[in-house]
Design a protein around this ligand. Structure first.
Ligand code: E4P
Length: 215
């Protein structure tokens, strides 16, 4: 299982990638611009972890050029390439050149299979965005997981675009290899109110008995 955070928040990337067993972080053009960051500020964060940055150009040559620029900034970077006709061509070429590639903006099982045929390392189905268009995003990711198992495909499924932790957990139970989750959900995952309440009761009882809040 690999857990990623989907963010361009520099401080949180540094903090959480160092303090917790995250596999790395992902971002997309919306996230980068909303945080008012540049790719240069992000690419070398989280040393030793996996970092995913999206190509911006939409045409084949432009995607290759973006990928080259990104790899010049960080050798082990993963390039996110959308599942468009030029995107598949670029994935196929870039994999032959040894790039780490994530096929992004996946909305169908067919796209996930096509990207796998291009040899990509990860596919990122957009769970919540599918659900917004009346497609059941969780069921679709389960179908991708089943299709990859049936075809013995090694490409990893990194489920993305989440509204709640139930979606995240359901897909990990279903066999998704990885998830990338927004900061608010990661913070909810590690900081549960019921657990905190239980811990406080334990410490209160201990203090009442031993007059201290430690062993
Ligand atoms: C990750 O690769 C995607 O860019 C991201 O999860 C999309 O999430 P959103 O639908 O919340 O924007």
């Amino acid at each position: 299982m690999e857990l990623f955070i989907d963010t361009a928040n520099v401080e949180k990337i540094k903090q959480y990638c160092e303090q917790y067993p995250l596999a790395g972080f992902t971002c997309n053009p919306t996230i980068v611009t909303t945080e008012n960051r540049t790719v240069e500020e992000l690419v070398n964060l989280a040393p030793g972890k996996r970092v995913f940055v999206q190509a911006i150009a939409e045409d084949y040559e432009g995607i290759l050029e973006d990928a080259r620029k990104l790899r010049a900034m960080r050798e082990d970077i993963y390039i996110k390439v959308p599942c468009t006709p030029d995107g598949y061509r670029a994935m196929y070429t870039l994999k032959q050149e040894g790039y780490g590639i994530l096929a992004t903006a996946v909305y169908t099982v067919g796209q996930a299979l096509m990207a796998a045929a291009c040899g990509v390392d990860y596919v990122a189905p957009y769970v919540n965005r599918m659900s917004d268009t009346e497609i059941d995003g969780c069921t679709l990711v389960e179908d991708i997981v089943a299709a990859y198992a049936a075809q013995q495909i090694e490409t990893k499924v990194v489920a993305a675009s989440f509204k709640n932790l139930n979606q995240v957990v359901r897909l990990l139970v279903a066999g998704a290899d990885a998830v990338t989750i927004p900061l608010n959900l990661f913070e909810k995952l590690i900081d549960n109110k019921l657990t905190n309440d239980a811990v406080k009761v334990f410490a209160d009882q201990w203090e009442a008995h031993f007059n201290r809040r430690s062993i």
